[in-house]
Design a protein around this ligand. Structure first.
Ligand code: PTJ
Length: 249
């Protein structure tokens, strides 16, 4: 690992890049993951590299939806595994969700490596290798999911999901929570709860909200979910980005 001094103005951004690079070296993250990271960074820069208030409200709604769920599942891909393995395991514990490795560029070898990597970070049961069900309307490889995991889940967290799959999961009637830095991307646009934030900040934030809402009644949780407006959250993030780029960042 490369040493980055904490005083460096782009410390967090550089650290994140190194984690993704290390993920590629370990065979956890795909080459395309590097490109995705670069795209994400540009949007994060324009968002001020902070959790904007509308993204915080989305994270709270996500926590409420997860706590209310009968069968919540957190989907893990190569970027998420490299960036936030511990945070995924922690959120799964707090909201009693399953973890499922589900890849855009699916290979069994990478699923196995990510599963091991999550276990090293404290996960006990990791789904994704059984792949005995299919998401309807998606081409074969990308449709593969576990029957007792994403396929039957009522609430799914899909960070950095591709648009086709996000849409297909939504059509299956699931409450879909998407974390993506680009508010114009199709996946957050079709999500029930889009969180326009970096996974590095969004995941621990959902966990914090879930811990805080742990004693809330079912009615209270339902109210938090119902009051959340996805279009407003998307528009707010887009406005932030446009204002930042007009003023030169
Ligand atoms: O490991 P796999 O095979 O499942 O592949 C995962 C990637 C992410 C490579 C794959 O799903 C992909 O190609 O995604 P896209 O189409 O490049 O989209 C990635 C989206 O995530 C973009 O909208 C980025 O802005 C966003 N993004 C990138 N890094 C982050 C992010 N959003 C939140 N936090 C990040 N750290």
């Amino acid at each position: 690992e490369v040493e980055v001094p904490e005083s460096h103005p782009r410390y967090h951004s550089l650290l994140t890049r190194h984690r993704i690079e290390a993920g590629v070296e370990k065979g956890i993250t795909s080459q395309q993951g590097l490109i995705a990271q670069g795209r994400g960074e540009a949007f994060d820069y324009l968002l001020g590299e902070e959790t904007i208030p509308s993204a915080d409200r989305a994270a709270r709604a996500a926590a409420a939806a997860l706590l209310r769920a009968d069968q919540p599942v957190l989907s893990v891909n190569g970027n998420v595994a490299a960036l936030v393995p511990e945070e995924m395991v922690e959120l799964a514990e707090v909201v009693d969700a399953d973890l499922e490795v589900n890849l855009f560029n699916r290979t069994e070898a990478r699923i196995e490596r990510i599963t091991d990597h999550l276990r090293e970070h404290g996960a006990t049961d990791v789904k994704g290798l059984t792949a005995d069900a299919r998401i309807p309307g998606i081409d074969h490889e990308r449709a593969k999911v576990d029957a007792d995991g994403i396929y039957s889940a009522d609430v799914v967290v899909v960070p950095l999901e591709d648009g086709d799959r996000a849409e297909a999961l939504g059509e299956m009637g699931k409450t879909e929570i998407v974390i993506d830095l680009n508010p114009l991307s199709r996946s957050p646009q079709v999500a029930s709860i889009p969180i326009i934030d970096n996974v590095l900040r969004a995941l621990p934030n959902i966990t914090d909200h879930a811990e805080e809402l742990a004693g809330a009644s079912g009615d209270e949780l339902a109210r938090i979910v119902d009051e959340f407006d996805p279009d407003e959250a998307l528009q707010d993030a887009e406005r932030r980005i446009r204002t930042a780029s007009e003023s030169g960042g």
